[in-house]
Ligand binder design. Structure first.
Ligand SMILES: [Fe+2]
Length: 173
């Protein structure tokens, strides 16, 4: 996929957000995204091979949104919570290389820089604090502070079973 076609796909995903306040917030955040969000790799060694080159961060973002949609589909998550999750997924790596692409490598504090972009441009929305919390926890146990989610044992196997089944359709390109 080219960067242009990936941008088209990303904006299609944005319009899956039903709540206009959250959808407009995401659109505004994307308008302030550093170029690196769209053009730089997801990483040079940790992500899938096709995410390690130009546009890799954008490809990673699209795939994360797709996986979130699979999990939403097989769970009880709906309504505003669904919108919150889609929004969080779309902008979770917005500042991987800093608020102005000032870092050469994926910065360990990048989850917390998303809030800074919102504050710098006085952007907010419904469920803003929840969206920021989800983004700031997205590094899990590799984050600082670390975060370890509780997922039920039944949920783990069901999610794994369903996600594996849908991966060929989810992981495109
Ligand atoms: Fe990510």
């Amino acid at each position: 996929m080219t960067i242009v076609s990936m941008k088209v796909e990303l904006y299609r995903q944005v319009h899956l957000i039903f709540n206009p306040s959250i959808r407009d917030f995401v659109l505004n955040m994307l308008s302030y995204a550093p170029q690196g969000f769209y053009e730089r790799p997801a990483s040079t060694e940790h992500h899938l091979l096709d995410e390690r080159g130009e546009g890799g961060n954008l490809l990673h973002t699209i795939r994360v949104v797709d996986l979130v949609l699979v999990i939403i589909d097989i769970s009880t998550i709906k309504g505003t919570e669904k919108d919150v999750l889609i929004a969080s997924a779309i902008i979770h790596d917005l500042c991987r290389y800093g608020v102005e692409d000032e870092f050469n490598y994926s910065h360990e504090s990048h989850p917390f820089l998303v809030r800074r972009v919102a504050e710098d441009h006085s952007l907010t929305c419904d469920c803003y604090d929840l969206i920021m919390r989800i983004i700031e926890n997205h590094m899990g146990r590799w984050g600082n502070p670390s975060f370890i989610p509780h997922i039920s044992l039944d949920g783990v196997l069901h999610f794994a079973d369903c996600i594996e089944d849908r991966l060929p359709g989810v992981i495109r390109c």
